[in-house]
Every structure is written in C-alpha cells, then in structure tokens.
Design a binder for this molecule. Structure first.
Ligand code: PLP
Length: 463
C-alpha cells in the first residue's frame, strides 16, 4: 500500500513536458484517458508484487497506449499471401491515376448528378455509361455497390414471383455468404434447377422454360471448375432458346475483365463483350476483381431492361457513391488503350509480373530474410512458388512466382505460427501463407519501391 502512494497522480504525469506534445497532437482527453488507464494497470501489478515503475517508464507506456489507440483500424499491409486479388485484403490495388481521381472527387464539389450542358438534373450512371457501352458493346449500363447487389437488383426487378431457369452445375457459393439459390429466394424469385452437377443439355432448359419463366440464367462458375465428364450449353444456344420462348437470357460473369487476358500469357476468362455478342440481354460483373477497379457492380445490356432496373426503388438503396464512380471512370478509361494496360492497371501489372523479376527480388531480399530469422529455429531460403489470381477468378490456374521461405528445423510446427504472428505485428503488417509446414512470403505483390522499407522492417524480427 505504501508503495502505491508513491505513484504519481494523473495531473502530475500530465504536467510532464513529454506528455505536453502528446496532448497538443491528440487532445487532452485521449492522453488523460491513457494516463488513467496506465496508472490503473500499474496499481494492479504493484498490488500483485511488481516493482514500482520509474516515471520515464510510465510516460513511455502512456505514449505507446496513445499510439495504439490512435492508429487507424484500416491499416495498410504487405499482401504476400500469393493471392493477388485477395478479398480480405481489399482486392484490386488501384493505379495512381485512379487514386488521383478519387481524391479530386472527394476534395471539391463535383457534377455527380448535374448536367453541365443544360444546368438540369443529371444521372450519375451517365458518368460511366458511355465507357461501358464502348468497352462491352452493350446498349446501356448501370452501376451499383457490388456485383452481389447487381445480381440481386436484376433478379428482383425481372423475376419477382417468377421462375429462373439455371443449370445445377452453376449454383455457386462465393465467399462471404453469397449463394445463388439464397439470393434468388431473397429477390423473390423461384429457382428452377436443370440438368445435373456435371452435365446440362439444351433439352434440359427447353423442358424447364414455361409460362412462369422470367429468364434463363447462366452463372459463371468463377471459383471452381467441374472437370472430367462434363457438358454445358454455350451462351449463344441459351440465348437463342430464351429468345425463341420470349424471355431474356442473363449472365452473371462474376469477375469481368474487359480484354482478352491471353494476350499477356494469362488464362482465358470470358468477357462481357463475349456474352453480349453471344446474345445475352444482361450481364453483371464486379468492378474490383479482374477489372482492377473499385468495389462496384456493373450491369450492362439491353436498353429497356436497364431502364426497368433503374426504376426499381432498390436501385436507390444500392447505388454507387461518387468516390466509386470517380474511380470506376478512371479505371475504365485505361481500357481505351489496351496496349499499355499491363503498365498502367496495377492489378494486371501484378498478374503479369515476370517470374524472373520476382526471383531477382527474392535474391536481393534473401540476406535480410536470413538475418531476420537468425535467432529462430527456422531455415530461411527462397523457392519457386505459384501465385493465385484470387477473388474466384480463374480458380485452377497458377502463376509462377518466387517466395521467401521459412522451414522449421526439426518438428516444431508451432514456431511457424509464432513467426506468422510476429510478421503480422510489424509496423506495416506482413501477411504470408502457411502450408505444408512452410511459411511462404510470395513476392509477386511486393512493389520494388517498397522493398527497402520491407527489408528494414524485417530486422525487428531478429531474436
Ligand atoms: C464474385 C462474384 C459475385 C459477387 O461479386 P461481388 O462484387 O463480390 O459482390 C457474384 N457472382 C459471381 C459469379 C462472382 O464470381
């Protein structure tokens, strides 16, 4: 008890010169709360037998508390998971030109829904509709908050109390609880499944389309592949069948690149233009998957169907904000010059980074990696690895890459989780991937400009 009376009071600590600068930076309330919390903790540990800390140590502890408290929750991280479009790490990283467009839209008033020609009210979709028509060949377009919202709005507008005919092989679940059957039910539509998991034929659709059918739908199986004895009906055939029966044919593409990725050695992924040319009446896709832009849901297709969708009151609830639209316009604009896309669209630049360049980066970083792990019972090395595209895009394809690797000496798998945690607690957290008793940091997404900062951070892992 006697010891406790020697603890400085809250006011005494706050009068310390070094806490003055904390107060002028963060305000009196934050700092005095931290002082009170620190003193309360110290009192408990002194009661439990710990020594009384010196004033200097108390102040340092208060400074750490304030720093932790004020740090934004949305922290930048190094995505070295090997998954380029990582949903939990924010999907596509935006190019600088797109970031500038967001900042311009945020900083000053902008003509979001204002027609500068006439001075009348404008339509926010007009900001990107021209670009989307040009890039997809569709007659009209509209934008909502994400692709899940796009699918929901489409189904709710066109299929409420009606039936949607879809193949059993395409009842997709996307991470984060987006399931095609659930979204259909919530949209008020009835799912009519046809065919089997592995094989669906045109006659299956033909038999299922009836008086209550609102549409024939195709869902791109973006996060899995059915292989072996399989059959699916081509979009052009489905479109023809739907049109002959007087109903629209719609496609949920999920990821939606606007160009043929094969020209850069990437696997083929269907584009909205392919679907429109095959006769699809509406196509939905994401803004932040292969497109490489902001989170958004894009609907393109026939003018009268888009007009109907825009009249649904839920459109107002699901619409995109000005920052999204600014980012989307700037991203789409890059597609006007496809030749330079791999240099200008960050997501594509990362996906097309040559293996040799990543390996050279791994070799440059190896000494820092080895030094960082010197006190750990781990072997530090570099090794070839395979990156994934992510976000459900092209699930079976892998991109050759290179990784910094840590392997336990002997049977000590627990140590990998300690290392994983230490990496996560660095000033800029480093997120890697553990598999097969190995921790890998895939360097595909490590910007060469960030390499120095990354290596410097590693030093604090040493023990
Ligand atoms: C990713 C995906 C969605 C959901 O898109 P979000 O933009 O994440 O909302 C819907 N359908 C398919 C086929 C997808 O791949």
């Amino acid at each position: 008890m006697n010891e406790l009376s020697k603890l400085p009071s809250v006011d005494r600590l706050l009068s310390e010169a070094s806490l003055h600068s904390l107060v002028s930076g963060h305000g009196h309330r934050v700092v005095s709360d931290a002082v009170r919390a620190e003193l309360a903790d110290v009192r408990e540990s002194v009661k439990a037998g710990a020594a009384l800390p010196a004033t200097g140590a108390l102040i340092a502890a208060v400074e750490r508390r304030v720093e932790r408290h004020m740090r934004p929750h949305l922290q930048p991280v190094f995505n070295l998971t090997g998954t380029v479009l990582h949903t939990n790490l924010g999907r596509a990283v935006l190019p600088e030109s797109v970031v500038d467009a967001i900042a311009r839209a945020a900083r000053a008033p902008c003509a979001l829904e204002y027609d500068l020609e006439t001075g009348g009210r404008g339509d926010r979709d007009d900001l990107v509709e021209g670009l989307l028509r040009e890039l997809t060949g569709a007659e009209a377009a509209t934008v909502v908050n994400n692709n899940a919202a796009a699918v929901f709005l489409l189904l709710n507008t066109l299929a409420q109390r009606k039936e949607i005919v879809v193949s059993r092989g395409e009842l997709v679940e996307i991470g984060g609880a987006f399931r095609v059957p659930d979204i259909m039910r919530r949209a008020g539509a009835k799912l009519v499944e046809v065919g089997t998991t592995n094989r669906t034929h045109l006659r299956d659709f033909d038999e299922a389309v009836g008086a209550k059918t609102a549409m024939v739908m195709k869902v791109h199986t973006s996060n899995y592949a059915v292989q072996g004895f399989t059959a699916a009906v081509a979009e052009a055939e489905l479109a023809q069948l739907a049109h002959a029966r007087g109903v629209p044919f719609v496609v949920d593409l999920g990821s939606g690149t606007l160009v043929n990725l094969e020209q850069w050695g990437l696997p083929h992924e269907p584009t909205p233009r392919d679907s429109i040319e095959a006769g699809a009446d509406l196509v939905t896709f994401s803004g932040d998957k292969l497109l490489g832009g902001p989170q958004a849901g894009l609907l393109v297709g026939r003018r009268e169907l888009i007009a109907k969708i825009k009249k649904n009151p839920l459109k107002r609830a699901l619409r995109a904000g000005k920052l999204t639209l600014a980012a989307l316009e700037a991203t789409l604009a890059l597609y006007r010059d496809p030749g330079r896309l791999p240099q200008r669209l960050e997501a594509l630049r990362l996906l097309t980074r040559p293996e040799a360049e990543i390996r050279a980066q791994a070799e440059r970083l190896l000494p820092a990696w080895q030094a960082a792990l010197a006190g750990w019972p781990l072997d530090a090395s570099i090794a070839p690895t395979l990156s994934q595209i992510g976000s459900g895009s092209l699930p079976v394809d892998r991109l050759p890459s290179a990784a910094l690797v840590a392997r336990p000496r002997g049977r000590r798998a627990g140590v990998l989780h300690k290392l994983e945690e230490a990496l996560r607690r660095l000033t800029t957290p480093v997120i890697g991937h553990i598999a097969d008793d190995t921790l890998r940091l895939d360097l595909r997404c490590l910007d060469v400009k960030e390499e120095g900062a990354f290596a410097a951070q590693l030093a604090s892992l040493a023990r």
